[in-house]
Design a protein around this ligand. Structure first.
Ligand code: PEP
Length: 248
């Protein structure tokens, strides 16, 4: 049995004051949650979020990381630094980073290896554009992203990998993929994992859906065979809305 994971992605939103009031509202609403809960915050607020969630069932994650251990990499944050402050997760290869910050499958793979070596749970994002979907190359595209992202990752390391399928056309657009579309691609991702690592790993890995998830559509997404949770952007910014998703 896979334990579901609902992860928020705050992107580049919030202030110190807003974070404090967010957690004082959110934490009491999710104390009895049956899923794992993660919130990925802007780097600058990670320590604060970790402190505010210290005694709770909410784990904090980064939205990005860099693969090198240390060095002259101005502006970057290493996995060791994330571990040092008590981070649990990091998102890797979000489409916004691939598109706006030129992240490649190679850099995504480097980050995956660094996260796993350092003890941070990576949430590996993949997803096709609308043009790719309409050109019927979704599966081919996803297969490349998954295989490249997981290059040289061992079967043991796979125990700590989370994958998020996020069709780019559904992110922040209000256009959620149909349950059938999401299930179909996520089932396909599980087959890729099976071909690479075998059935036990494929059955154990958590694969999330992301793209305009909200309190109204989470239940039907979670009713499918292969969707093990959600990566939630916009709707994770409001504590009551995100708590409704967590408690679906
Ligand atoms: C995301 O940021 O990963 C995301 C899925 O955003 P939204 O839920 O706003 O579509």
């Amino acid at each position: 049995m896979r334990k579901s994971l609902i992860a928020g992605n705050w992107k580049m939103y919030k202030t110190t004051e807003e974070i404090t009031s967010y957690f004082s509202e959110f934490l009491p609403l999710v104390t009895n949650a049956t899923v794992d809960i993660a919130i990925c915050t802007p780097t600058i607020y990670l320590s604060k979020a970790i402190k505010l969630t210290d005694d709770s069932n909410v784990k904090i994650g980064a939205e990005n990381c860099f693969h090198e251990i240390e060095g002259a990499f101005t502006g970057e944050v290493s996995i060791g630094m994330l571990v040092d402050i008590g981070c649990t997760y990091t998102i890797i290869g979000h489409s916004e980073r691939r598109l706006s910050f030129c992240e490649t499958d190679k850099s995504v793979n480097n980050k995956m290896k660094a996260a796993l070596a350092g003890g941070i749970i990576p949430i590996l994002c993949c997803g096709e554009s609308l043009l790719q979907r309409e050109s019927q190359i979704t599966n081919a595209w996803i297969e490349i992203q998954i295989k490249m992202g997981l290059l040289d990752i061992t079967v043991e390391e796979m125990q700590n990998v989370v994958i998020a399928y996020e069709p780019i056309w559904a992110i922040g657009t209000g256009k959620v993929a149909t349950v059938e579309q999401a299930q179909e691609v996520i089932c396909f991702i599980r087959q890729i994992i099976k071909s690479l690592y075998g059935e036990t790993t494929a059955e154990a890995i958590r694969i999330l859906y992301g793209g305009s998830v909200n309190a109204n559509n989470i239940k039907s997404l979670m009713s499918t065979e292969d969707i093990d949770g959600a990566l939630v952007g916009g709707a994770s910014l409001k504590p009551i809305d995100f708590a409704k998703i967590v408690n679906f």
